[in-house]
Design a binder for this molecule. Structure first.
Ligand code: SAH
Length: 268
C-alpha cells in the first residue's frame, strides 16, 4: 500500500446528488479534504467517525500537498472532495501531477456538474435540434487569464448554448462581450445561483437585461450564466430525431420490426 488520493466530485450542492461511488470513497477514507464554500458539510456524514476532516479553503496548494505527502508516508487514503465534477475548473491538474510525482495511487470519481443542476432548475434541455447542438463551457478572465484563442467575444460568435462559470463579478463587461460577439439583445439568458441548494435563485431575462438582473439580485459568486436560443420558449419548436416516428435507428429500424427484435436480443 503506497497511499491513495481519490478526487471526488461532490455534485452541485444537494447532498443527495452525491454518487454511490463518491459515498463509498468517503466511507473508506482516512482523511477527507473538502472546500467549504461549495460543498455541503452534510456529505461528511458519510465519512468514518475516526476520519480526519480538513477544510481546504484556507489552505494553499502546498499545504494540501503536505497532506498528500503524509498519505504517501503513512499509507493513508485521502478523499479530496471538489464541487460539481472535479475535472471542470477543479484545480485538479496540478494536484494530479503532484500525486503522480509522489507515486501515490490516484483516482477520479466523477460528480454531477453544476451545469446539469442548473438545467434541471430551469427545467430545460440545453441542446435542441435545429436550435443548438453545441455547448460551450467557458469563463471570463479574472486573475486567471484566458488563452488568446478563447476570448468570450470570439466564442460568442458561434451563437451556441454557452455556459459561463466564475463570471458574474463584472456583469456589464460580460453582457458587452456577449453582445459584441453577435448574440442579439433579446437572446434568452438564465442565471442560476447555487443550483440545488435550499437558497437557489433562478433568473431568466433577455441578454440586454442580464447585467442589471445580476446586479439587482446582488449575485457576485457561485452562479452560472447560460446564454443562447435554446433557453427560450421558441426552442420548444424543435424536436429530437431519436424519438421521431420518421427516424429509424438500431433499436427501432424504420419498417423493419424483425431487425429491432434482433438488435434488442443481441444487446440483452
Ligand atoms: N467543478 C465545478 C466547478 C467549480 S468552479 C463543477 O463541475 O460545477 C466554481 C464555479 O462553478 C462557481 O463560481 C460557479 O460558476 C459554478 N458552480 C459550482 N457549483 C454551482 C452551483 N451549485 N450553482 C451554480 N453555479 C455553480
Amino acid at each position: 500500500m503506497t497511499g491513495r488520493v481519490s478526487f471526488v466530485g461532490a455534485g452541485p450542492g444537494a447532498p443527495d446528488l452525491l454518487t454511490l461511488r463518491a459515498v463509498a470513497v468517503l466511507q473508506a477514507a482516512d482523511v477527507v479534504v473538502w472546500a467549504r464554500s461549495l460543498v455541503d458539510p452534510a456529505i461528511l456524514e458519510h465519512a468514518r467517525p475516526d476520519a480526519e476532516l480538513i477544510p481546504s479553503d484556507d489552505r494553499t496548494h502546498e499545504d494540501v500537498i503536505e497532506i498528500y505527502t503524509r498519505a504517501r508516508r503513512d499509507s493513508l487514503h485521502v478523499a479530496r472532495v471538489h464541487s460539481g465534477d472535479p475535472t471542470v475548473y477543479g484545480a485538479l491538474h496540478e494536484q494530479l501531477a503532484a500525486c503522480r510525482a509522489l507515486d501515490l495511487d490516484v483516482e477520479i470519481v466523477p460528480g454531477v456538474s453544476s451545469v446539469g443542476a442548473a438545467a434541471a432548475a430551469l427545467g430545460q434541455e440545453l441542446t435542441i435540434p435545429d436550435v443548438s447542438q453545441t455547448l460551450i463551457y467557458t469563463r471570463r478572465p479574472t486573475r486567471t487569464s484566458m488563452p488568446a484563442n478563447e476570448q468570450l467575444v470570439e466564442l460568442a460568435r458561434h451563437g451556441t448554448t454557452l455556459v459561463l462559470f466564475l463570471s458574474v463579478r463584472r456583469p456589464r463587461e460580460l453582457q458587452a462581450d456577449l453582445l459584441e460577439g453577435g448574440y442579439a439583445p433579446d437572446t434568452p439568458c438564465a442565471v442560476v445561483y447555487r443550483a440545488s441548494w435550499p437558497d437557489e435563485i433562478v433568473i431568466r431575462c433577455a441578454l440586454q437585461d442580464l447585467a442589471a438582473q445580476i446586479k439587482d439580485y446582488k449575485i457576485t459568486t457561485q452562479a452560472l450564466v447560460l446564454v443562447g436560443p435554446a433557453l427560450g420558449d421558441a426552442a420548444c419548436a424543435g424536436r429530437s430525431h431519436v424519438y421521431d416516428p420518421g427516424y429509424g435507428h438500431r433499436y427501432r429500424p424504420l419498417g423493419r420490426p424483425d431487425r429491432y427484435k434482433k438488435a434488442a436480443r443481441a444487446d440483452g
